[in-house]
Design a protein around this ligand. Structure first.
Ligand code: S3P
Length: 184
């Protein structure tokens, strides 16, 4: 009985911390701070993709197309999620992928970094590093933020970041993590 119980407990505990949310929400910045504070390894999916393909995201979009990027993102993210006890920052579109989202919701501690539309818009518009933002009008971006927020809201937790500094945000995440460890 004890054995079955502990296996169930193990299966229930979350494997990794995953940051999700719009472009410009600070997934990488907060992810890095949290990883330092918890001494856990940090991975950023966009960075991994750029390194693997030896190309910047904007170039991947312009030369290979978005669907190529999305497929690569799917495979790389699912592979990364097999690791244990790491911190992962997703690209803004990754959580919209059904396979990625299912895996994260079932097995990982997902955290949505939530901001008001206007703050996000200010941060991402005209960002040449971000093809989706660069090629959209403000109205389109607001629509995109609203549409995606419905999906981001499926994350296990969110932090309302609007009035908070990055260290406070990171500490909130660490609290969520600690509470989860105790519960699991
Ligand atoms: C994207 C967000 C980007 C990057 C790509 C597409 C998106 O990541 O993956 O440009 O669809 O929102 P960041 O959220 O890190 O900017």
């Amino acid at each position: 009985h004890i054995c079955v119980f502990s296996i169930k407990k193990l299966m229930k505990s979350k494997e990794n911390i995953v940051f999700l949310g719009m472009m410009g929400s600070g997934k990488t910045t907060i992810g890095k701070i949290v990883s330092q504070k918890l001494s856990l390894k940090f991975f950023d999916t966009d960075n991994e993709i750029e390194n693997k393909l030896d190309m910047k995201i904007s170039k991947i979009f312009s030369e290979k197309g978005e669907s190529y990027f999305r497929k690569f993102e799917e495979e790389l993210t699912l592979e990364l999620l097999k690791k244990k006890n790491i911190i992962i920052s997703l690209g803004g579109g990754a959580f919209l992928n059904n396979r990625i989202r299912k895996e994260i919701l079932e097995n990982h501690l997902s955290i949505w970094l939530k901001w008001d539309d206007k703050i996000l818009l200010k941060r991402i518009k005209d960002s040449y590093k971000r093809p989706i933002a660069f090629n959209s009008t403000n109205t389109d971006l607001i629509k995109l933020i609203k549409k995606r927020s419905n999906i981001y809201s499926k994350a296990l937790y969110y932090v309302d970041c609007n009035k908070l500094g990055k260290n406070v945000i990171a500490n909130r995440v660490i609290k969520i993590y600690e509470n989860n460890k105790i519960k699991s």
